[in-house]
Unconditional design. Structure first.
Length: 258
């Protein structure tokens, strides 16, 4: 494949996105290690096959992100685009399984704890799925606009990280006892998750903004708009999750498939 005169510069610049993708993948793996990865060999993990499938698909997404970033950074655009259809299928699986696990967790929490808290907390996982799906769809629409596309893909992946930081805060509070994980207990208040979730968004969006300042002289609008959308969604979760309309939606979701 021929590379234009500006090819080498673009390849070098693309290394940033490889490192960002790798950081997202490593953060997710490390965050889930105490409540999942380290419990598997010990035989202490408690969960249905759905949880294992969900874990496999979400892990595959982070690895796919690294792989696609590497291909693009090294000028292998034909290969990158050839794998694009697989990415659409994988992203669809992320949405389906993420929603399915969220509903399963809602049902479990409704059975063991206060119903209002469980229904309200359901908005956290659904928000993550909506953000991921929204960013991914817009990224696909902008597939030929590489500067916008790759930032949107990172934003989609960053939208999944609140689930990871929740494992970190849970581990810090509860430790890593056999079989322990957040979704096996009562739902925490939505507002209590705001700080950690905002932190992880800033942690991964800010480097992109700084990188743009250094290489472009200003941040790309995709970072600014994307960050505003994510932060706005995080701020609205608590008030929206307490409404009767959301409670009704959560209750209806809990009755899906029995």
């Amino acid at each position: 494949m021929a590379i234009g005169a500006d090819g080498p510069a673009k390849i070098k610049a693309g290394d940033f996105y490889v490192w960002m993708a790798a950081a997202i993948a490593l953060f997710a793996f490390a965050a889930f290690a105490p409540t999942y990865w380290l419990q598997l060999p010990a035989g202490t993990f408690v969960g249905s096959p759905l949880v294992h499938i969900h874990s496999a698909v979400f892990t595959a997404w982070t690895l796919f992100l690294v792989s696609q970033s590497y291909l693009a950074a090294n000028g292998r655009i034909t290969d990158h685009r050839a794998w694009g259809l697989a990415g659409v299928g994988l992203a669809t699986a992320v949405l389906i399984l993420g929603t399915a696990v969220a509903i399963a967790s809602l049902k479990f929490r409704l059975a063991i704890g206060p119903g209002d808290a469980a229904r309200s907390s359901f908005i956290v996982a659904i928000t993550n799925m909506v953000l991921f799906g929204g960013f991914f769809i817009v990224a696909m629409v902008n597939a030929k606009r590489s500067e916008t596309h790759r930032r949107l893909i990172l934003l989609a992946s960053i939208s999944l990280l609140p689930a990871a930081i929740s494992r970190v805060t849970y581990f810090m509070a509860k430790g890593a006892g056999p079989g322990l994980r957040p979704t096996l207990g009562p739902a925490p208040p939505v507002i209590s998750q705001l700080g950690p979730h905002l932190f992880v968004v800033v942690l991964f969006v800010l480097p992109g903004i700084i990188y743009d300042y250094k290489t472009r002289g200003r941040p790309h609008s995709t970072w600014l708009i994307g960050a505003a959308v994510i932060i706005g969604a995080l701020l609205l979760r608590a008030p929206l999750g307490a409404t009767e309309a959301w409670n009704g939606f959560a209750e209806a979701s809990a009755h899906i498939a029995g």
